[in-house]
Write a protein that binds this ligand. Structure first.
Ligand code: NAD
Length: 259
């Protein structure tokens, strides 16, 4: 049964970065934001990805669909320029992107190349800071910045490898962002879901074993899905959460307690 959304996001506008297809965590969040009354803009990685992204965003009434590969200089800035021109302000942002080169991701962390480490950090972590900086002048009435992390940041999870230190840096980036932008009423959080079968997850070796182990050991013995993440995301960007900031919030059936 899907969680019902009682949070109201009426009158709020958000930018969603990280929809690849209808299985994406960002897709579950986008559906929850719209169910709560928000208006959305979204980005797609490239022309190949665009039809899969628009299949998610069109039914949600999302009129602004913009290209954004954070590795292409100027593309993120151009997306925010469009938001400024079309909307003039922004209430919330979801950063749900990650990438690491397969060779570096599949080996030991101690063996990862400097180039692979830098690319993973750039796409998966520094991009959050860039988005926070670009969102800041648009969040004139305050706002909320969300990203998505995983408990492999603090515990060693088999095969999560290089993404562990990258997510640890992302979580720290959230705390500093919350501290620096808090005086402007801009909040920041990292949602930490349990494992969910998505395209990005398929890059993690033996991901099925992680799903099985989580279902076996999490206190709820239940795997979360993208709607569970969306329900939390909708609450976090709502006015009901206006004095909550700088947190790393698990939505994982309690797996973080026993991992
Ligand atoms: P996904 O494959 O659906 O989404 C990953 C997104 O990253 C894609 O939309 C892709 O286009 C985007 N991306 C990759 N490189 C990019 C670039 N250079 N510029 C712009 N976008 C780029 O997978 P997902 O699982 O929904 O991943 C979303 C986030 O959730 C990631 O940060 C991931 O680490 C995190 N997360 C996933 C799980 C899980 O089990 N699936 C658990 C915890 C956290």
């Amino acid at each position: 049964m899907k969680p019902s959304i009682t949070t109201s996001l009426q009158g709020k506008r958000g930018l969603i970065i990280g929809i690849a297809n209808d299985a994406s965590i960002a897709a579950g969040c986008a559906r929850a934001f719209v169910a709560a009354g928000a208006e959305l803009a979204a980005t797609y990685l490239n022309d190949k990805a665009r039809p899969y992204v628009s299949a998610v965003t069109e039914p949600l009434g999302c009129k602004l669909l913009l290209p954004c590969d954070v590795r292409i200089p100027g593309q993120l800035e151009a997306a925010f320029d469009r938001i400024r021109t079309e909307w003039g302000q922004l209430d919330f942002l979801l950063h749900a992107i990650a990438f690491a080169p397969a060779d570096d991701l599949h080996g030991r962390v101690v063996d990862c190349s400097a180039a692979g480490f830098a690319m993973a950090m750039d796409v998966s972590c520094h991009s959050f800071l860039s988005m926070a900086r670009l969102a800041e002048p648009l969040m004139k009435a305050g706002g909320c910045l969300l990203t998505v992390t995983f408990y492999g940041s603090e515990r060693v999870v088999a095969h999560y490898n290089l993404m562990g230190p990258v997510k640890a840096a992302l979580e720290s980036a959230v705390r500093y962002t919350a501290a620096e932008l808090g005086p402007k009423g801009i909040r920041a959080h990292a949602i930490s879901p349990g494992p969910i079968r998505t395209r990005a997850a398929s890059g993690i070796e033996r991901f099925d074993e992680l799903l099985d182990a989580t279902a076996a050991t999490a206190p709820e013995h239940h795997l979360v899905d993208i709607d569970d993440v969306g329900a939390l995301a909708a609450f976090l960007v709502s006015d009901g959460a206006r004095h909550i900031t700088g947190t790393i919030i698990p939505v994982d059936g309690g797996q973080h307690l026993v991992a």
